[in-house]
Design a protein around this ligand. Structure first.
Ligand code: F6P
Length: 546
């Protein structure tokens, strides 16, 4: 059954939220804390090893109540069931959206076109496990009999960002294998990576859901040519494996069927790290850790599916985006992890969030008359404090920010960790409180009156900047799985409320098609395709100076 399609702005809840917004939009967070001493407890959700404090958001009980009414009026509960049960909710591509099935338990049953997909999921997991064990233990050898030392993941978008982010984030858990990622069609990218590799000890994992992506196929071909410069053709079987739904094209590329790790079309590229796309993750941290990542995601799935909205982390988090995006007219959200390990987390989320919800047509095919997808960005703290935090504190834009941190560090240097976390807590406090005139004057106690007059406007600031504090016990494969799944479900809820299809990405296709035409023009003596004069001149200049 299809998802309901209702313009959210036509609901009763939306008008109520609008009226409520006019009443509380200028209320300061400090005031809200003053009037309710229990605010922090009431607006914190403690679940498993997650402590999520929503209290520094510009909301009251009434705000949440109205946002839940909106979710109910738009039948969110029913949509969640359809999502997990394999309904064709990706209607524009005619597919189910079932990355959640990839982390299900063995006894679960999830049907697509009448077939339970879980046994197939476990078959592929078994193949990932066996291959991982063989490579890690050294029983899978290179053609010349050497053990594998290096893994190169060749893929782009969802076939790169998820595995790259997870491997980087979980580097503490890594085994002896060195892992590299080649994504850009920029030839310098792959050449910088292969220049230091020994083909006899390297395994290449070509990852492409469609196996038609220009970047990945070009990189795979060039890397295979580089490999064959020093190795015999028969060696390809020991050194190249592939992950794809398009088994025929992979075979045509020259990879034996036994070296193909299949995936299904009901797994969206940007949600695919849980599938065989995660092979590089499994190789890098070992299969058991990969399994823990899946377990964490599954636990978050259960939390999301079964918790009341009042205690549901992804639901509250998504509704807050609606609140800021559609009522405060905030254009972006920042995600700031207080751990260097999550260096690539915001980049990873950019695809998940912006490729999914960057849509302007609703599920009925009509142009939307309200804002949808937010811009997402971020960098780890404390580095980002010394880069762009000034704008969040004193700029003209409202930027709701997620702070993510861990109670315990991994290497255990408590002195550093206390410093790191004191910065996390201090930033959320500073963003909320700002600096009053009295505080500035106290700070300027020794200054002359003229200096005080001059500096006061610059030094005082309003605060009232919303933040959500996510505090997790420790960064483990399981907790990372929960965190990623939390954002996946947040994306889903946003799409339901905005009445858009979150699981297609037609906008990306046009550029790919035009690039093909232009490549043709770059390769021929005259320009055959029609272009505007700007593009035409760029092509000519490039060709003439090449
Ligand atoms: O950028 C568009 C896109 O289709 C993404 O959605 C996808 O993750 C990426 O390209 C790579 O696609 P594939 O895995 O088919 O090579």
């Amino acid at each position: 059954m299809a998802l309901q399609s209702t313009n959210p702005t036509t609901t009763k809840a939306w008008s109520n939220i609008q009226a409520h917004f006019s009443e509380i939009k200028d209320v300061h967070l400090k005031e809200l804390f003053k009037t309710n001493p229990k605010r922090a407890e009431e607006l914190t959700v403690i679940w498993d090893d997650f402590y999520v404090d929503f209290s520094k958001n510009r909301i009251t009980d009434k705000t949440l109540e109205l946002l839940f009414e909106l979710a109910n009026e738009l039948n969110l509960k029913d949509a969640i069931s359809k999502y997990f049960e394999g309904d064709i909710i990706n209607k524009s591509e005619g597919r189910a959206v079932l990355h959640t099935a990839l982390r299900e338990t063995k006894d679960a049953q999830v049907f697509v076109n009448g077939e339970n997909v879980i046994p197939g999921v476990f078959q592929v997991k078994e193949k990932i496990k066996n291959f991982t064990d063989a490579v890690v233990s050294g029983s899978h050898k290179g053609f010349s009999g050497h053990q594998i030392t290096d893994i190169v993941n060749i893929g782009i978008g969802g076939s790169d960002l998820g595995p790259a982010m997870v491997v980087d984030s979980l580097q503490f858990y890594k085994n002896h294998l060195n892992t590299h990622f080649v994504s850009n069609v920029d030839g310098d990218h792959y050449q910088e990576i292969v220049k230091n590799l020994n083909p006899e000890t390297t395994l290449f994992v070509i990852v492409s859901k469609t196996f038609t992506t220009q970047e990945t196929l070009s990189n795979a071909k060039s890397i295979r040519e580089w490999f064959l410069q020093s190795q015999p053709k028969e060696a390809v079987a020991n050194h190249f494996v592939a992950v794809s739904t398009n088994v025929e094209s992979v075979k045509n590329f020259g990879i034996a069927e036994s070296n193909i790790f299949p995936m299904k079309d009901w797994v969206g590229g940007r949600f695919s790290l849980w599938s065989a796309v995660g092979l590089s993750i499994s190789l890098a941290i070992g299969y058991d850790n990969f399994e823990s990542l899946l377990t964490g995601a599954h636990k978050m799935d259960v939390h999301f599916k079964t918790s009341d909205f009042e205690k549901n982390i992804p639901v509250i988090s998504a509704l807050l985006t609606i609140w800021y995006n559609n009522f405060f007219e905030a254009e972006s959200e920042a995600v700031i992890p207080y751990t260097q390990y999550l260096n690539q987390f915001a980049t990873y989320l950019q695809q998940g969030i912006m490729e999914s919800n960057g849509k302007s047509v609703d599920r009925n095919g009509n142009e939307v008359n309200y804002q949808t997808g937010t811009l997402i960005w971020g960098e780890p703290g404390t580095n980002s404090q010394h880069a762009f935090f000034q704008l969040i504190h004193q700029g003209t834009k409202l930027i709701p920010t997620d702070f993510i941190g861990f109670v315990k560090s991994l290497h255990g240097n408590k002195d550093h960790h206390d410093k790191l976390m004191s910065n996390y807590f201090a930033q959320t406090e500073a963003l909320m409180n700002g600096k009053t005139e009295a505080e500035v004057l106290e700070e300027l106690a020794d200054a002359t009156n003229d200096q005080k007059q001059m500096l006061l406007p610059f030094k005082k600031f309003e605060g009232n900047k919303p933040t959500t504090s996510i505090l997790i016990q420790q960064l483990t494969p399981e907790s990372l799985g929960k965190l990623i799944a939390m954002y996946e479900h947040k994306i889903f809820v946003q799409g339901i409320i905005w009445n858009i299809f979150s699981y297609d990405q037609f906008g990306v296709e046009l550029g790919k098609k035009l690039a093909k035409n232009i490549l043709e023009d770059l390769h021929s003596t005259e320009i055959k395709n029609q272009h505007d004069s700007s593009t035409q001149n760029l092509i000519n200049f490039y060709k003439n100076h090449n």
